[in-house]
Write a protein that binds this ligand. Sequence first.
Ligand code: KDG
Length: 336
Amino acid sequence: DADADAEGSEGPDLSAPPEIECEVIEEDLGEHTIKFGIGLAEDSPQGMAVQFFGDYLDECTNGQLTVQLFPDSQVGDDLEMMDGLRSGTLEMTFPSTSPAVAFVPELGVFDLPFLMPDVEAADRVLDSELGQQLLDEFDGTGMKALAWAENGFRQVTNSVRPIESPEDVEGLDLRVMENEIQTTIWEALGANPTTMAFGEVFSAMEQGVVDGQENPWVTNLTSNFWEVQEYGSQTRHVYTPFIMMIGEEFFDELDPAYQQLIQEAADATRDYQRTISREMDEWARGQFEENGPEVNVLDEDQIEEFRQATEEVYDQWAPELGEEFVDEVRTLARQE
Ligand code: KDG
């Protein structure tokens, strides 16, 4: 409300989680605690979404299915957690597409710079038939991909200087995700990219092993990167999605009624997560700045310089990914 705003409100105005609408499964179909690991913090949109997902299952099974959240890479990084799903030591995780290219190489399309003009474009691609086909590509990997959610537009933070033009990136030691296309982007810009799991990024910056990293504002805020960074620059260079995943063997052995419920809960969680992620983005930028770092927002002309400087990433990777496939995704992204 207005008063809270005047005093500096604690949080953004967020939509409440949606009503949980289900026919409660009263029948005893077995109790399971779903261990759900994520790299991000409990108060990130991703963490909040997992809590909603847990409430959904709990309420709709009379407490037979519950979720235990392990945030902040407590049970491993994206690749380790995916392995956990495959070997059965972890039931669910929520990785970025970027490290998941190890299983589904086509996901690399989302690593191409400046592919998505806005979140509506991302929704058009992810919610298309092609988007569903990409999720289905996980069949047989030991993981089932349930739904697309939002990581978001990525922004650069560092401890050396504000980033306004490609020249400002030159020579910076930057952590990037475990993905070769991400490495190509930063090499094209003249930085020194180092691939690193998310859980190591904070201490790497604290110890000066790297100068900076890039992640959406909600992550830069909720993973406390403002404590160890002096600049945040809104570059929007890549939009990365998240994928909600469950162990294939664990899922296949569940009663079909549970399987259906889990898919319904994942769909509702996807919508809720995207909503709050978008509601938090600008607020998170403001909070990040309020906590200390200097923030700059690149204008269209400045972004255009970055787009041109990273054009060669397409030349190198579109043939690998398949020109036609990349064109298909681009066309979906660009059509209004
Ligand atoms: O839970 C997701 C995180 O583990 C990670 O995917 C976040 O974008 C991310 C990064 O930079 O590694």
